[in-house]
Design a protein around this ligand. Sequence first.
Ligand SMILES: [Zn+2]
Length: 862
Amino acid sequence: MTLKKRTMKFAALLLASIVLLTTSNLEAQNRKKKKKKDETEVAATPPEKKSKEKTIEDLTKSSKKMEGLFTIYQDTITGSLQMLISKDMFGKEFIYFNQISNGVVDAGRNRGSYRDTKVFTVEKYFNRIEFISQNTSFYFDPENAISKAKEANISNGNMASIQIEAFDNEKGLYLIKADELFLKETLTQIKPASAPGSSPTSFRLGNLDKDKTKIIAIKNYQENTNLEVEYVYSSPSVLNNGSEAVTDGRNVSIKVFQSLIAMPENNYEPRFDDPRVGYFINEVNDQTAISAAPYRDVINRWHLKKKNPELEISEPVEPITWWMENTTPIEWRETIKEAVLKWNAAFEKAGFKNAIVVKQQPDDADWDAGDIRYNVLRWTASPRPPFGGYGPCLNNPRTGEIIGADIMLEYNIISGSDANSRLFESYTDSNEFETLDDDLSREGCVLQQGLVENLNFAKSVAIISSDSEEALKRIQKEAVMAVVMHEIGHTLGLNHNMKASQLFTPEQLADADFIEGKCLTASIMDYAVINVTKDRSKQGQYDDVNIGPYDIWAIQLGYKPFETEEERQALLNESTKPEHIFGNDADDMRSSRTGIDPRVMIFDQSSDPITYFIDRIELADNMLKNAKDKFTKDGETYQELRRVYYSLIGEKANAGNVFSRYIGGVYVDRAMVGQEGATKPYTPVSLKDQKRAMEAISKYIFAPNAFDVPNTLYNYLARQRRGFDYTQEDPKIHSQVLGYQKRVLNHLLYPNTLQRITDSELYGNEYTLSRFMTDLNDAIFRADIYGSVNSFRQNLQLEYTNMLIDMLTGQQGDRYTNNAKSMALFNLKAIRNMSAPSGNLASKAHKEHLRTRIDNALKEIK
Ligand SMILES: [Zn+2]
């Protein structure tokens, strides 16, 4: 096309659109006028005289009819929707569910994420149809008279009240307009609310644009009605256009699958939760029970029934069928299938043969994962992977019965792309009081970047150790198997078991024959680190190639058709066996705010994580010596070397987290009263182990030489340049190291940690607050009293001193106990005494700085 022609065409288009614009303006005006006229007409006509009312047939004659649970009509000219409601639906319960079909991570709405599931009823109110969400959190014993007041002080949600357009009294049918229901955020909130005070420069969706928002697909079945809707959020101007994944920050599309589902009518029997085993639950409070724990929480599980109930092991009437999406990398399909089917061994113990079946979605399939009748293992390679794997379930809020599930897997668990790696961040801006990421949803799993970091660590070690090509393949295969088994576990109803890594000793994990073919922890539902042995000649399995003993036990508790309650209790009483150890996210210690048991931790390993991670740090230090030789290739940049450096040194950040949890730690036992093998519910960590942890922190995280690496390495930690991207030109080594150290300090000086140390002195903790705080001061200062202080230590000392000052005079001071504040003051005075000017000029300046800060702070304390 010549330029001239193109210009002409453009002009014609422009003209056409002007004409269109004018016409549509006119039309709008006319509509407005007409509407006014109609309104007056309606007002003038007495209601009983509505003889010319249109019928359902009249109003749907230009529409395509789609029959299903809720019959839907779509106008063939405008695309607008109408819906048929039948009289027998009134008062009946249905399930509403939605998941993101496609979106952007920037808005927290990414492909495959399951969002709300709720029960709703359809009601008729005069000439309107209402959609009302129902509360499922409470139970009232119908035998108890108080159950007559069961609606007291509980609000159901009236989501929509829509006028009836036409009805057929004979058939009991009512027609309503349905655009309101599906094209707005009527049934669910899509756009995240921005928190008050959140930065105005953060990425935000515009307003829902009703003209651009549209129906993409409608699939209607007898048991469910499904619509895919594209919500478009527009804004005339934006401060933040979002990442590269957002093409136009002013117009952002979030596509959503919405499903209206018939309440399952079958002989499913809900099963109640027990705190000794980790199923996802729907919490239900028994309002009529007289008990300290009036819980009727139902676990999430599939409706598995034996085809031959008389057989000890029978095939199920309907197996759990998994479809590998046609996006699945072909070379990984066999491995993935193998991983999924590993769970069948657990089901055999529960009495089911071939409980899980795996099939391949054909490339030309006419269905997609939005169809809730299919459970799909899906793959994506997102620009900013929100997770490594994610396995959500859709369950009936009333009974816990799992109706459907999907698994989302990110290709970065294979490619090793770690653009988001936490190790590249300095952490210096991290919030003092909300240490570490806390973004695990109750409903699913976010295997997070940690897995990719782990994989990169294992691969770096293998390459530097000149391991074979086979070893690298093995690492990758085992990691993929572990992720798939883990996510499948979620979809069977299991939540995390972050305590499971306590099963084997460091020696057992370094015994290749012993671990061969096993899960390396008690449960595939843990996040253990990839097992890399310090002595490279002893390297065996890297990751889990099977499910664990806890998993087999847990599946029996969820699925075995028990003859009697005694039988179930007897199995539950096996919770005290070492291989059935359990603690979930709620207890885990990544957040200093919640967990107290150091065994319930992510990215740890073995029954002695302190020893295990000392080995790992020493391994990483050894590897750093040869990193440059192994990771520089003629004709290439130093990008790979830089990545390996962060991968190896980053082990200290992780090890520091693991060590720090032992200080002030309290072991928790979930066993019931009188159960064989039970210990006390709370037992403080022994003095010996707390001291060992403190020594490890002192030596490997805080010591003057803790971050010594071959100096010659620093000159090469260069990023590959790309266009005008100037972020992190230099490696910023000091802030990176301080970031690792601060993560440890943030936990040790967290208000709850210090409070727990004092509290647990009452019930067995021998590592007293005064002793611990003295050791901490010594670890950070003692080595430098009489000499020079290196630049890492200057950084650490000043940061720590500031934290102590903050405990006394900072905004968060009220959160600390008086005991903790006294020790902070005591330590500040000790630091002042240890900081008499000595060493080189920089050290003298530093010590003077410390003393000035302390003196000024002491003046503030009255
Ligand atoms: Zn998980």
